[in-house]
Design a protein around this ligand. Structure first.
Ligand code: NAI
Ligand code: 15L
Length: 268
């Protein structure tokens, strides 16, 4: 049966806020979780992913989890370790113990951020492309995907890992023209990931049907995802403002954009 009660972690964040408004249309009842209070949601659970008791209670009785909580940009390794690596492990353990059958995990393009973007005429990046994390942040998403595989193989807990490109109301860079996922398409993809049958552990790319798309959406479409948006209407303005991509600049030629150039954040 289709999941109806959904735990949304990271509900106070940018994507969480978008999904709080879009997912109820698909018939979900949302339970909200975040370390920060969620505006206008007095019933939201305010707790950290390190709080294993709060997590056990939060997942109890839900049909699925959409796991968005975590640090969403590069940060010192210790912080990534706590929120994204230990935090995601804590969530999976709570879900296993409470018998939650499925998690949709917000992975990221930064798990494969050093992958060269395809040039004109080259094939799109397949979902099986080798991991090439561009940051400790991207590395934590690699961990989350492997954790999901382990919990499927060992415990039968299903996951769809969505390597999200850039999910914001509008694309704001030339690079985003290639990886943008409109919030409406994001909701479509998460809904497909929550309802498709027999997903085991499936990795998908998360983007709209962009004219300048860099990666293959085949495994997402196989779940029933039908993107309806395209970043192209934003292209002329962004290119006029920012110029054409510079083939000498890795921030323009690698999937992860500026993350590949940014220095690590100290201390390690
Ligand atoms: P965000 O930073 O706006 O939201 C993340 C939320 O997680 C915040 O509200 C924060 O308070 C919460 N959080 C952080 N650490 C926590 C902890 N230890 N315990 C409980 N809650 C904690 O990020 P955004 O953009 O909403 O992204 C959501 C998820 O999607 C993140 O996992 C991010 O890595 C992933 N993602 C987002 C993309 C995007 O384009 N927005 C692209 C790729 C991945
Ligand atoms: C991500 O993984 C980040 O969470 C988000 O803030 C954006 O930076 C996005 O990737 C992106 O690559 O545009």
């Amino acid at each position: 049966p289709a999941p109806r009660t959904l735990l949304l972690t990271g509900a106070a964040g940018g994507l969480g806020t978008l999904m709080r408004s879009l997912l109820p249309e698909y018939g979900y009842t949302l339970r909200l979780f975040d370390v920060r209070p969620v505006e206008d949601a007095p019933d939201a659970i305010t707790a950290d992913l390190t709080d294993t008791e709060a997590l056990r209670k939060a997942v109890r009785g839900v049909d699925a989890v959409l796991h968005l909580a975590g640090i969403s940009l590069e940060a010192p390794f210790e912080k990534i370790l706590r929120s994204n690596i230990e935090g995601t492990y804590n969530l999976y353990e709570a879900a296993r113990q409470e018998g939650v059958p499925r998690i949709v995990f917000a992975s990221s393009n930064h798990a494969v951020g050093f992958t060269p973007a395809p040039r004109a005429g080259e094939p799109l990046i397949p979902v099986t492309t080798p991991r090439r994390p561009d940051t400790f942040y991207g590395l934590s998403k690699c961990f989350g995907e492997d954790l999901a595989q382990l919990y499927w193989d060992k415990h039968g807990l299903e996951t769809v890992s969505v390597r999200i490109g850039s999910c914001f109301p509008e694309p704001t860079s030339v690079r985003m023209l290639s990886v943008w996922m409109s919030p409406a398409d994001g909701a479509r993809l998460f809904h497909a990931a929550l309802t498709a049958e027999d997903v085991g552990h499936t990795v998908v790319h998360g983007s709209s049907a962009n004219t300048r798309l860099w990666w293959d959406l085949g495994s997402a479409r196989a779940l029933g995802y039908e993107p309806r948006d395209d970043s192209e209407p934003y292209a002329a303005k962004l290119i006029a403002e920012q110029g054409e991509p510079d083939p000498e600049n890795p921030a323009h030629t690698r999937l992860g954009g500026h993350f590949v150039n940014d220095p690590p954040i100290w201390p390690y």
